[in-house]
Design a protein around this ligand. Structure first.
Ligand code: FAD
Length: 435
């Protein structure tokens, strides 16, 4: 058992649905702030799914607030310091370094999603959080005084439900009052992670291993390919975003034969084809689901909140999906602490107001980078290679979600109250007379 510091009991009961990075962070942070927490997850057992995932300095600082977490992540994560950007023919465009600029913001963590996720899951169990696997939530409910969910034929009642149930969220239905189907972004991502074996000995591939753990990307018309050599070059990982009109109802684990990836990359740098030749067949083909921004993330009675991908899916080109999901959990736990049990609705309203514009801004960076890369005017790029840099924005990365929520809670509550008073004052006169 890890000795985990907690604030005194707040009396607030929180149910978290889903153990992705949003759900686990919300659970750990809610526990840390003294709330009681129950987590329900539909997977019957934990599987180490996924491949490469990145956490920027803004979420890295969240990990480091949890005693012992940095030490647990150290052997399985690496810091990314730079990226080599090439065009599809293999010509170097630029080398972008983010080490010097970003290091003062804090450490970033990159590694295998499954390994990081398993570490975080075990950490949550070790500090004493009640996580129940094999509990698929099939319904949500709320009244003025309580909220809850139904799973495995049982009703679980609490003060607040956090629906961290991912991009195909069921929690959305209660928040929106209607079913909101995910839509295709028009793109999918081939993904692979495998032992590098003797790839480093191939003279054409050796440059990828010279500074292990850093990234190399090739950009061409409506496709980009990024690879890394994690765990000090022992592993190889690549992702390739390509146009796709496939069925997005399929799960995360859809597979595609390598021949499909080869076809999408016909005429590209032979180095990429060597990488594909070394890759075990088939690869994951991850349909990039997207959603239009929701008008709200909280339910009509303000006791259920959507967090993480359930509220706001990100494109991988933002490199912020998991980080923003974690920031949600931190913010909500703090807001609940400030509101107290008798006023949890205030916490949910304030959470949304504190997060909405920041999240939308971060989401947009994924769209702009993808469009800059996929629709590049290569003559213009020659004159201005820096136009292909990945966006690494200080306002996103140099940010402490906990400190921000603490500082801005009272002012945000006041602003929301004023807005509500104005809205009530704006009621048509006829209504107030007849009332
Ligand atoms: C299996 C998997 C593999 C992934 N691999 C990668 C990767 O390699 N690289 C990368 O960048 N991103 C990956 N992602 C996405 C990434 O983890 C998320 O985009 C981001 O971290 C935000 O996480 P989240 O917690 O909001 O959602 P998610 O990570 O999607 O987590 C949602 C959780 O809710 C659970 N759930 C859903 N419905 C219910 C229900 N009705 N009842 C109970 N539980 C429910 C799901 O089983 C899941 O555990 C993966 C996601 C998944 C689910």
């Amino acid at each position: 058992m890890i000795d985990f510091p907690r604030l005194p009991d707040s009396g607030i009961k929180v149910i978290v649905v889903g153990i992705g990075f949003a759900g686990l962070t919300a659970a750990i942070e809610a526990y840390r702030k003294g709330h009681s927490v129950l987590v329900l997850e539909s997977f019957p057992t934990l599987k180490t799914l996924g491949d490469v995932i990145s956490f920027g300095p803004n979420s890295g600082r969240i990990f480091r607030r949890w005693p012992g977490m940095d030490e647990l992540l150290e052997p399985i994560c690496h810091e990314t310091n730079k990226i080599l950007i090439k065009n599809w023919k293999g010509e170097n465009i630029l080398r972008q370094s983010w080490a010097e600029k970003e290091r003062p913001y804090g450490k970033n963590y990159n590694g295998h999603r499954g390994a990081i996720h398993e570490t975080m899951y075990k950490y949550a169990l070790n500090i004493g959080i009640d996580i129940r696997l094999g509990h698929k939530v099939v319904d949500y409910f709320e009244t003025e005084t309580e909220a809850g969910v139904v799973a495995n034929g049982e009703r679980f009642v609490c003060d607040v439900v956090l629906a961290a149930d991912g991009v195909r969220s069921r929690g959305r239905t209660i928040v929106l009052g209607c079913e909101d189907k995910p839509k295709s972004s028009g793109y999918a991502v081939y993904r692979a992670w495998f032992p590098a074996g003797n790839m480093a000995q191939d003279p054409d591939l050796a440059f990828l291993f010279e500074e292990n753990d850093d990234l190399c990307t090739w950009i061409g018309p409506d496709v980009h390919f990024i690879c890394a050599t994690p765990i000090k070059g022992k592993e190889f990982s690549w992702v390739c975003t390509h146009k796709d009109d496939g069925d997005i109802e399929e799960s995360w684990q859809t597979h595609a034969p390598l021949s499909e990836a080869r076809k999408n990359l016909e005429g590209w740098d032979p180095v990429i084809h060597k990488i594909i030749d070394a890759t075990p067949d088939p690869v994951i083909d991850w349909k990039l689901v997207y959603r239009d921004p929701l008008p709200t993330w909280i339910s009509p009675k303000q006791r259920i909140a959507l967090i993480g991908d359930a509220a706001h899916p990100f494109l991988p080109t933002s490199i912020q999906g998991a980080s923003q999901a974690m920031e949600d959990g931190v913010t909500l736990a703090l807001c609940l602490r400030r509101s107290g049990k008798s006023n949890v609705q205030e916490a949910l309203r304030t959470f949304e107001a504190l997060r909405y514009d920041r999240v939308r801004g971060a989401q947009k960076t994924g769209e702009t980078t993808r469009d800059r890369w996929h629709k590049a005017d290569w003559d213009a790029v020659k004159k201005n290679p820096k136009s292909m840099e990945l966006q690494r924005e200080e306002w996103i990365l140099n940010f402490d979600a906990e400190e921000y929520a603490e500082k801005n809670y009272a002012a945000t509550v006041a602003a929301l109250e004023e807005k509500e008073a104005t809205r009530k004052g704006d009621l048509p006169k006829a209504v107030s007379i007849s009332a």
